[in-house]
Design a protein around this ligand. Structure first.
Ligand code: CU
Length: 378
């Protein structure tokens, strides 16, 4: 397929960016008008052990202990901002903006009272100013005010993870750029575990055998009805004007779990074994969703992703508000292929918000069996 550069894109993008500039008050451009924090070492970190976390692409999580060992630490990591064209469905391309090149960005895992120390790099090859707003942090627009980086710059932010739970992070560079960057893929999540681990509804330690991170993304891709195909652009600035028009309909053209329709289905399915407990972390940085594991349940569901609250039990479907992450644990009891979906089934099946979990093991007839095969009505 040839790259489709539409006839009007550039001029519309320029006109739109001018009108946007006109309505963004400078005080809304994070950092430029705010005097926040001090640069340097004023935190209570003397003597704290410092560890580096190597981030990995979702749906996987970085190596971590479920129960913290020892005292709070400084957990340092680096993220590079990557602007790139991404195929989000077969032959559908967007000018994506990402943390570390994936949608969602990588999961960070720490324990409550650890310090998160992020080095955020915006390579000179990028075209836009970016930053990061951590919903897990306190103050300064979630760190957004302290992390604006132009192409060619890097910044280091440290915050104390005082709240236990799973939380969204996202780019928020000011005004209309905030939703644009978020729906161009620039969001992810952090898990802040209680130091003594996750607890079930009775307060007893509850551990998982594996954990997966699913980032749901709503995309708004302009359609060229003359060419009968989705439009393709040369840069985020060029895509902006027409993408805003689709965004304002509030009707996504595509919904993905982990960056592409089918990214977690079929051969790319998540895996588990009968008897294994799996923690599913689900984020949606912009739009409401509702998660359902077809044929299974949420044994333990932390509403709003808050780990210091008692989890709900035996749920069929759990809500994910736009701008939050939730966590659910399930112990698989039957083998087979499970669909993990946004249970607006139009969004799941027609727009793409679906994944699979392939589970190995022995079937339990006590839980379910086909008593009679399909046959003529008697
Ligand atoms: Cu950004």
């Amino acid at each position: 397929m040839k790259p489709l550069v539409n006839k009007w894109g550039r001029s519309i993008a320029v006109a739109t960016s001018l009108s946007i500039a006109a309505f963004i008050s400078p005080t809304l451009i994070a950092g430029e008008a705010m005097e926040v924090g001090n640069v340097g070492v004023q935190a209570n970190i003397a003597g704290l052990e410092r560890v580096t976390q190597t981030l990995v692409a979702p749906p996987f999580l970085p190596k971590h202990n479920q129960v913290a060992k020892g005292e709070p630490k400084i957990v340092a990591m680096t993220m590079e901002i990557v602007e790139k064209e991404m195929e989000i469905a077969e032959d559908v391309f967007v000018q994506a903006m990402t943390f570390e090149g994936s949608n969602p960005g990588p999961m960070i895992v720490v324990h409550q009272d650890d310090y998160v120390e992020l080095t955020l790099k915006n390579p000179a090859t990028n075209s836009m100013v970016h930053n990061i707003d951590f919903h897990a942090s306190t103050g300064a627009l979630g760190g957004g005010a302290l992390t604006n980086v132009a192409p060619g710059q890097q910044v280091v932010l440290r915050f104390k993870a005082t709240k236990a739970g799973v939380f969204v992070y996202h780019c928020a560079p000011g005004g209309a750029m905030i939703p644009y960057h978020v729906v161009s893929g620039m969001n992810g999540a952090i898990m802040v575990l209680p130091r003594d681990g996750l607890k079930d509804e009775n307060g007893k330690l509850s551990t998982y055998d594996k954990a997966y991170y699913i980032g749901e993304q709503d995309w708004y891709v302009p359609f060229d009805s003359e060419e009968d195909e989705y439009k393709r652009y040369g840069s985020p600035a060029e895509a902006m004007g027409e993408t805003f028009e689709v965004m304002k309909t509030l009707t996504p053209t595509h919904l993905t779990f982990n960056g592409k329709v089918g990214a977690l289905t079929g051969e790319n399915a998540m895996t588990a074994k009968v008897g294994e407990s799996v923690l599913f972390i689900h984020s949606q940085a912009n739009r409401d969703s509702r998660v359902h594991l077809i044929g299974g349940h949420g044994d333990l569901v932390w509403h709003g992703g808050s780990f210091n609250d008692k989890p709900a039990t035996a749920l069929e479907t759990w809500a994910v508000a736009g701008g939050e992450a939730t966590a659910a644990m399930y112990t698989f009891l039957q083998p087979g292929l499970y669909a993990y979906v946004n249970h607006n089934l139009i969004e799941a099946i027609l727009l793409g918000a679906a994944a699979h979990v392939s589970v190995e093991g022995e079937w339990n007839n006590d839980l379910m069996e086909q008593v009679e095969k399909p046959g003529p009505i008697k």
